[in-house]
Design a protein around this ligand. Structure first.
Ligand code: SF4
Ligand code: FES
Length: 237
């Protein structure tokens, strides 16, 4: 265990814990966008910045990637932290002015919802955090989506912006996306996502459509479980 101070509070945390988790366990809230428990950390949104002090040295770091250390002094609300956090949010808002999540954060942090930076192209609500790409690769194991183009034209989606032949329609990307950029529509026996329409499986017991056939086939192949056993929704199992 290591002892540190967060916003003046003495906190004990397990070695290898990140400052973000140590702060949360001490009841200190740090805003985040890209840190999701289902995937590895990338430190891409930069919203979780805090100030750390070691000896005479003070630095701004991303709390989701910065491990706790004995004697570390952390300030999550200093003037410097708030200024950096507001600037980060302004830049994210400039990219995605329509994002309700960013607008709400802006209101919470006292940032003008009409930022001084002007977006050059419409990127929808995507902040390019790659959380969707990582969950598809790390958790689902399919890698149906990725980043394409560069600079301000960078976007996320299936290769060549075409319907992906490997996507199984599971929606894990929707689940981890912090801004609600990815659109998934499930109606009756169909689910639409990433330019593809998937046929849904009806539960063999209650008849409710609950998962794409392609997803169940994928799980069946991967785990060796007969498809028939998977064709029952979680409530009826
Ligand atoms: S679609 Fe969502 S999860 Fe994927 S990169 Fe954009 S903001 Fe992040
Ligand atoms: S939550 Fe830490 S960089 Fe996004």
């Amino acid at each position: 265990m290591v002892n540190l101070i967060i916003d003046g509070k003495n906190v004990t945390a397990q070695k290898d814990t990140m400052v973000l988790e140590a702060a949360r366990s001490a009841g200190v809230n740090i805003p985040t966008l890209c840190a999701h428990e289902a995937i590895s950390r990338s430190g891409s949104c930069r919203l979780c910045v805090v100030e750390v002090k070691k000896g005479n040295r003070t630095r701004i770091v991303t709390s989701c990637l910065y491990p706790v250390e004995e004697g570390l002094i952390v300030d999550t609300r200093s003037e410097r932290v708030q200024n950096v956090r507001r600037l980060v949010l302004e830049l994210l808002l400039a990219r995605c002015p329509k994002s309700e999540v960013l607008q709400k954060l802006a209101a919470d942090l006292g940032v003008d919802p009409h930022p001084r930076f002007v977006p050059d192209t419409d990127k929808g609500k995507c902040i390019l955090c790659r959380s969707c790409v990582r969950v598809c690769e790390e958790v689902v194991g399919v890698s149906a989506i990725g980043m394409s183009s560069r600079g301000s034209h960078k976007t996320v989606g299936p290769p060549f912006k075409e319907a992906s032949s490997v996507c199984i329609g599971c929606g894990a990307c929707v689940y981890v996306c912090p801004t609600g950029h990815i659109v998934m529509q499930s109606t009756g026996d169909k689910r639409k996502i990433w330019r593809r329409t998937f046929k849904m499986q009806a539960c063999e017991k209650c008849g409710k459509y609950f998962a794409p056939v392609d997803q169940l086939k994928f799980i069946s192949k991967k785990t060796g479980t007969p498809y028939k056993e998977l064709a029952v929704c979680t409530e009826c199992r």
